[in-house]
Design a protein around this ligand. Structure first.
Ligand code: C2O
Ligand code: CU
Ligand code: CU
Length: 585
């Protein structure tokens, strides 16, 4: 199947080239849209590195960060129900993290600010995929460094497949009729280097400037991610055609929702179907109709100068030029009328309504770390060592967010997908009535003098209790997140009194020793369990990090250089750390 789809993709690309050559000179200023490769599981090898890419057509290459390549990263294909193993090797000269945005997984695997991967270290999270089929993504999340690391281009998309989605007649041939589009905008300096900041002057899709792509004359699925630092995109087409939204952040909608425009905020994803049947030879543009945005939506402001000034503010601009080519041999030509039957969470089952606030730091006497423009959650800035909430395991909760900020903020929570209950008392529109992990908190109606905005959503925290590693919630505008507009919670199992034995072994054996390929850790007390293993070299530098390792599998140490290493084992119950030593042959 991958081979088949690759051939198809090449055919379509050839068609695209032929079309391009026959067109006027003006079309040639477009660049072919880059489509990331796909990786299939259960094991995924991701190497993060500093690299270079010729992004601007003339002049210097741009210093970028990439995963397995020179910008952005492969699209990971997960199947619901399978256990995925990620080998994340950090070859940057800097620490970073990789967060699996939207995935329901143990906090220690989540890749938030607490799961720092030092340079040269291999981090090996794994989890069973329980998310619905939809489009997710992965990106760095190092505290105060997220904007910089995302700006370099580090990240990628995740496509989850499941039985419900697979049974539908939907476009599903990656790169042919099912196209991943990671949207962002970047600022380049005069030597073609990225300038880290909230807004760029140049629109990019999958790292391609002024992209064009050839799609077949049939129903085409676009998986659109807003991967921007700050900007929202008011998506629509140049001919004002309608398209059908089929999925929100965390799954299919009950039925396709026909729309002509959709406002996508930072961190959000939608999947849309566009019917191009019978239109071979035509071209349309996917556009951002951002001239229509209010001044209180990111991208709707038009600053003449200063750090927020940019060429795209409050303007309509082209995102992607689409050439419609020949249909494929087995095209999808109709849009299904129904998709799935979402069972939304019942508000009557909520155990608590947590009340959060969003406010501007201006006039607040709290310390402000990074500047006077920070936004606050619960009247404070993020602190790595303070949990805002302890959520009891299995709780269904309503989160009620009241914002006195004039600016709108896309609010994201880790661990769960939620259902929006209301925005200022109004139930969500159909395209947002399914599963979400980002909700836009609009600025106060009426601007600074208006009444506060209130947004409510409901979520269930049904797994992965861990009192040590928290999950994050934050504004997905990376600038705001880095400035401290973030909080964290732990999911806590209620003490039952008949818990696991607290008797732990401080002892373990490493074998074989010396070891060449596999190292086994045997616990002396079989009733104890391991929470975390870090392997460091003689200089004390971590080289491998293994959250909740499956000890029976052994640890694959084949990639380590010869020498002496220390194994630091954290006990699951007590979190006490014991250290052993082995020699790698
Ligand atoms: Cu997409 Cu906490 O992030
Ligand atoms: Cu996330
Ligand atoms: Cu914000």
């Amino acid at each position: 199947m991958p081979q088949f789809s690759k051939n198809l993709r090449q055919t379509v690309l050839l068609l695209g080239t032929a079309l391009l050559l026959s067109q006027s000179a003006s079309a040639q200023q477009y660049n072919p849209l880059w489509i990331p490769d796909t990786l299939h599981g259960p094991t995924f090898n991701l190497t993060i590195k500093d690299t270079l890419k010729q992004i601007v057509s003339t002049g210097n290459q741009t210093i970028t960060g990439g995963i397995n390549g020179d910008y952005w990263g492969p699209t990971l294909i997960f199947n619901k129900g399978e256990t995925v193993h990620l080998n994340v090797l950090n070859k940057l000269n800097d620490s970073t993290t990789i967060h699996w945005h939207g995935m329901h997984l143990p906090a220690v695997m989540d890749g938030g600010p607490h799961q720092v991967i030092p340079p040269g270290t291999l981090w090996q999270p794994y989890w069973k995929v329980t998310n619905n089929a939809a489009t997710y993504w992965y990106h760095p999340h190092l505290h105060e460094m997220t904007m910089e690391h995302i700006t370099k281009g580090i990240g990628g998309m995740i496509i989850v497949r499941d039985e419900i989605e697979s049974a539908l007649a939907l476009p599903r041939t990656y790169g042919v009729d099912d196209i991943p589009l990671a949207l962002t905008d970047r600022d380049f300096n005069t030597s073609n280097q990225f300038v880290t900041g909230p807004y760029g002057d140049s629109m990019m899709v999958n790292g391609t400037l002024r992209p064009q792509y050839t799609v077949p004359a049939q129903v085409v699925r676009l998986r659109i991610l807003n991967g921007a630092i700050e900007r929202s995109y008011n998506l629509g087409f140049s001919d004002n055609r309608s398209f059908s939204v089929i999925a929100s952040d965390g799954g299919l909608l009950d039925a396709p929702v026909p729309l002509k425009q959709y406002l996508l905020h930072a961190g959000e994803r939608i999947e849309i179907l566009v019917d191009c049947s019978g239109e071979a030879g035509k071209s349309i543009d996917l556009k951002a109709f951002n001239s229509l945005l209010s001044n209180f939506i990111a991208g709707g402001e038009n600053f003449p100068n200063g750090p927020f000034a940019n060429a795209l503010g409050k303007k309509d601009f082209t995102i992607l030029h689409l050439n419609i080519g020949a249909a494929t041999s087995a095209p999808i030509t109709t849009i299904p009328t129904t998709l799935t039957k979402n069972v939304l969470l019942d508000q009557a089952s909520a155990k608590i309504t947590r009340k959060l606030t969003i406010s501007d730091s201006t006039g607040v006497t709290k310390p402000v770390i990074l500047g006077p423009n920070a936004f606050l959650i619960n009247h404070k800035l993020f602190k790595m060592n303070e949990n805002d909430y302890e959520v009891p395991l299995n709780n269904t909760e309503i989160w009620e967010i009241t914002s006195s900020s004039a600016l709108g903020h896309p609010f994201h929570i880790h661990d769960v997908e939620f259902n929006i209950i209301s925005v200022n008392g109004v139930a969500p529109v159909a395209a947002q009535a399914g599963w979400k992990d980002v909700v836009f908190i609009p600025g106060k109606p009426g601007g600074p003098g208006g009444t506060n905005t209130v947004v409510k959503f409901i979520a269930k925290f049904d797994d992965y209790a861990d009192s040590v590693h928290p999950f994050m919630f934050h504004c997905h505008i990376s600038l705001h997140e880095d400035e401290g507009m973030m909080g964290q919670f732990v999911v806590k199992d209620a003490p039952s009194g008949v818990d696991e034995p607290i008797t732990l072994s401080k002892e373990f054996t490493l074998y074989p020793n010396p070891a060449a390929n596999k190292l086994y850790v045997e616990l002396t007390n079989k009733n104890s369990a391991v929470y975390y293993i870090t392997i460091s070299n003689v200089l004390g530098k971590a080289v491998m990090m293994l959250p909740q390792p499956e000890l029976s599998q052994g640890i694959d140490i084949s990639s380590l250089a010869q020498g002496t290493y220390f194994v630091h084992v954290t006990d699951k119950a007590t979190k006490a750390v014991t250290t052993g030593k082995f020699v790698k042959q």
